[in-house]
Design a protein around this ligand. Structure first.
Ligand SMILES: O=P(O)(O)OC[C@H]1O[C@H](OP(=O)(O)OP(=O)(O)O)[C@H](O)[C@@H]1O
Ligand SMILES: Nc1nc2[nH]cnc2c(=O)[nH]1
Length: 185
């Protein structure tokens, strides 16, 4: 199906900015400070959750001041839609992390199915500890596991469909310099 770029541009034009670029950058700085304080001696393996985690992970990485290994994994349940489905593993981790601390980096903790499944996977695969960092945690009562909290959270947002800083609208606007909510969603 061809993409209607007029619609894609209109989504940006009509969106509500929830956080400016400066606000997001300040939040990433704050997360980096906490991770530096807590994980510097842990020699972690860091996994960026593709695709959405890419910008946050990239921005965060150069602010971490201790030795770490960086890789990625790819799990997806939205597939360019605005509501989630079944979790699909596109790529499991390639670096061994048995008896190592793992730090998972993703863009958003929404219903939490994705992060929950990744944490379970890492634990079952032998991680010594699993730490999680998300750029944004969405406020609502639909969490898959209400007790599942990310260790490091940059920002919180209202219950709307958002894009920017790695998060997409129909595959687009992951590059948007701020966090925006789609009009009407
Ligand atoms: O908390 P949840 O409700 O499970 O949603 C969060 C997940 O949804 C998005 O991924 P998506 O499946 O859209 O894939 P993407 O990273 O390629 O955008 C996002 O990057 C998180 O990984
Ligand atoms: N782009 C985007 N992806 C998501 N995955 C889960 N929630 C969201 C959201 O609000 N926006």
């Amino acid at each position: 199906m061809s993409v209607d770029l007029v619609h894609i541009r209109q989504i940006m034009a009509e969106s509500d900015c929830l956080y400016t670029e400066a606000e997001v950058e300040a939040a990433i700085d704050a997360v980096a400070g906490k991770i530096n304080a807590e994980l510097a001696e842990r020699n972690p393996v860091v996994f960026c959750v593709m695709n959405g985690g890419l910008i946050f992970a990239g921005k965060l990485m150069t602010k971490l001041n201790f030795p770490l290994e960086l890789s990625y994994l790819h799990a997806s349940r939205y597939r360019n839609e605005t509501s989630g489905g079944e979790l699909f593993w596109k790529a499991k981790p390639e670096i061994s992390f048995i008896d190592r601390d793992v730090l998972i980096i993703d863009d958003i903790l929404d219903e939490g199915h994705t992060l929950g499944a990744i944490i379970d996977f890492c634990r079952h695969a032998g991680a010594a500890a699993v730490h999680t960092a998300v750029l944004i945690d969405k406020d609502h009562q639909r969490k898959a596991r209400p007790d599942l909290k990310a260790n490091y959270v940059g920002l919180r947002c209202i219950d709307r469909f958002i894009f920017g800083y790695g998060m997409d609208y129909k595959g687009y606007w992951r590059n948007a310099p701020g966090i925006f909510a789609v009009k009407g969603l």
